[in-house]
Design a binder for this molecule. Sequence first.
Ligand SMILES: *Cc1c(COP(=O)(O)O)cnc(C)c1O
Length: 383
Amino acid sequence: MKNKIKIPFNKPFIAGKELFYIAQAVIENHHTAGDGPFTKKCQAWLEEHLGCRKVLLTHSCTAALEMAAILANIQPGDEIIMPSYTFVSTANAFALRGGVPVFIDIRPDTLNINENLIEKAITPHTKAILPVHYAGVSCEMDAIMDIAMRHNLFVIEDAAQGIMSTYKGNQLGTIGHFGACSFHETKNIISGEGGALLINDDKFIERAEIIREKGTNRSQFFRGQVDKYTWVDIGSSYLPSDIIAAFLYAQMENADQIIAKRNSIYDLYMKGLQPLADKGCLQLPFILDDCCSNGHMFYIITRSLEERTKLTEFLKERGIMAVFHYVPLHSSPAGKLHGRAYRTLDVTKKVSDCLLRLPLYYEMTNNDVHSVTKSIRDFYKNY
Ligand SMILES: *Cc1c(COP(=O)(O)O)cnc(C)c1O
């Protein structure tokens, strides 16, 4: 018989006012299409709290990445250096423009793009570097920005998991030319589906507004800057309904509390599992100096695939759901077709085989965390 799930992997958190704000959007504002009052509130909130020049709400992080690819003017054959250990959208957004993802290995400690390999992977076709802040933990941005500056490359931060994490005091997504955030149900701050494009250089704002509105100058028209609105550039429909923004705004009002709670769970995991790490049984997450994380994820890295499989089963028998993560993009069918690997990606392969994500959600109690850490300790007693 299958064991009942006692501690799921994720449980989307509802802050409280989501439905109230949706009702307000529908009944009071009479605005359910995009760019209504709640979209403006969310954008203003992000600009203020992240310290960003301009934020445009999108219907997903995927959409924000696609917009960034258009804004960076990616042409067929252009190369974009990125990790292989990431979500498909990181690469797909550029493949859609004929760009070639060049997959490089990750650091064994933060599991982020290995900045020491970037410069070696640059060719005359390289257009952009794409750091992904895995688990909401920052990449080594100073080194990455320095390389980009010297080679005249775009930096597009995939900050899908990184909302309200910082690198040397700067919010993730605000350091490169563009940043992309996600409000997908699996992230820290949610609206079911949702995202945002962070624009950190004023000269891209006007074109970004056009691309997001189907390639029209509709935003300028509404501001009275042009007297008719028409098709002026390529683009798509990248904006969310104001109903989605209403939901999201309720989450934003509780963002600090959500992130504090997630970080307290993260800290409890760290404390509970440190003895096993000291014994060399497993590897724990690592955050660079002068960086703050948002408690997006807690993972462990086991010594082998076999060990991870057995531990996953062991936890499942106790009603605890732990899950692995990405299949490396360089070894995926579309990754092989559209991209290429730079050298062998040994750390990526190891992490893909051995990383296990533990349950982490707002409503998780300290007792829940203790029962997960105790179960893992029990597993290693006999392994
Ligand atoms: C979740 C995620 C995305 C995609 O976000 P959506 O909002 O679902 O499009 C992209 N990149 C990374 C690293 C992610 O974790």
